[in-house]
Design a protein around this ligand. Structure first.
Ligand SMILES: *[C@@H]1O[C@H](CO)[C@@H](O)[C@H](O)[C@H]1NC(C)=O
Length: 323
């Protein structure tokens, strides 16, 4: 009896070991980069239960390629039809096994197709540090849909891309290709897929996973400053404030009088990443200033250079001139 139990336990252990081994070899996208992927899945009635199962398999195939863990790739999922719903957040599943379990039991929602609302929903609810999104990760959204959206998608998808989210769009069956192009990041041949039937999803799995892997390995796009505004002008000062750029380590502001009577040099102010406003002082009254603001990512590389002594004749050193 005891022996039988032991054998059963050993068999179970062997099974566990082999399944975790199979999982490791399934990881095809080998990278130490961090990425936060949110899948946005159309669960409208037009899909149908059988096809929804095909979508689950498609997602499982994509997921199995990545190294799922809190310090590598995290994957969240939202499902939408009329109203969008978070199925799980980025930080909900810390292993591939638990993520694959969740995908296998993903319920089918049913309803209409409000893609615009759903895109906005993932920006507001899933790409959030409170949901486990990491500041410096690569951020990627993947839309899977079978129909034409019944609401606005152009501006909504643009606002996701402006927030540093790279968008992939996968269309099946009746999806509107123009709409998929409008949603997907450029270039479209990497980010947009459209197949005529659910059964063809399997044909694009390899291509999409290779492209996703390249996106994850690529550099994190640096975010720029948004919404600069100038206020509280006096005769010799003005204040400037701006919206923080994600991940910026500092800001550099260049300003120069445009129409001063005496020509003026460009001035520079640098502040740390936590600062989002400055006051410019010692300005010339009744003068327009041009202001440029740059978000800095990482420290500047510093060095020195020393010019040579002028030659006795006063002529420039021939070696330093153009050849
Ligand atoms: C410079 O331009 C600003 C705004 O256009 C104007 O108010 C100001 O009088 C100008 N100053 C001079 C010196 O021309």
């Amino acid at each position: 009896m005891k022996m039988k139990m032991f054998l059963a336990a050993a068999a179970l252990l062997a099974l566990l070991l082999s399944s975790s081994h199979a999982q490791d070899t399934g990881t095809k996208c080998k990278t130490t980069a961090q990425a936060d992927l949110v899948l946005l899945v159309d669960g409208s009635w037009s899909i149908g239960r059988i096809n929804f199962k095909t979508i689950r398999n498609f997602i499982a195939r994509i997921v199995s390629v990545f190294d799922i863990s809190p310090d590598r790739v995290q994957i969240g999922l939202a499902q939408y039809s009329g109203d969008p719903k978070t199925e799980w957040q980025l930080n909900a599943h810390s292993t591939k096994a638990s993520l694959l379990d969740a995908i296998a039991t993903l319920p089918y929602k049913g309803g209409t197709t409000m893609t615009g609302m759903a895109l906005n929903f993932i920006l507001q609810n899933n790409f959030k540090t409170s949901a486990g999104m990491r500041e410096n990760s690569r951020k990627i959204g993947i839309l899977i849909t079978d129909g034409k959206s019944q609401d606005e998608i152009v501006f909504t998808s643009q606002s996701l891309r402006e927030n540093g989210i790279e968008l992939y769009a996968v269309g099946v069956n009746n999806a509107d290709e123009d709409e998929l192009r409008a949603i997907a990041s450029d270039p479209d041949d990497i980010h947009m897929y459209n197949v005529n039937d659910f059964k063809f999803l399997v044909d694009i799995v390899d291509e999409i996973t290779v492209n996703l892997c390249n996106s994850i390995k690529g550099p994190v796009p640096l975010s720029a400053v948004k919404n600069m505004n100038v206020y509280d002008e006096t005769s010799t000062t003005m204040k400037v404030r701006w919206g923080a750029a994600e991940g910026a380590t500092g800001y550099m502001m260049l300003y120069r009088a445009i129409n001063a009577t005496e020509p003026q040099l460009e001035q520079e102010v640098r502040v740390g990443g936590e600062v989002t406003d400055v006051q410019l002082v010692q300005l010339t009254p009744s003068t327009a200033y041009s202001i440029s603001l740059y978000a800095l990512h990482g420290d500047a590389l510093e060095g020195t250079g020393v010019t040579c002594a002028a030659s006795p004749s006063g002529a420039p050193n021939p070696q330093s001139g153009p050849p």
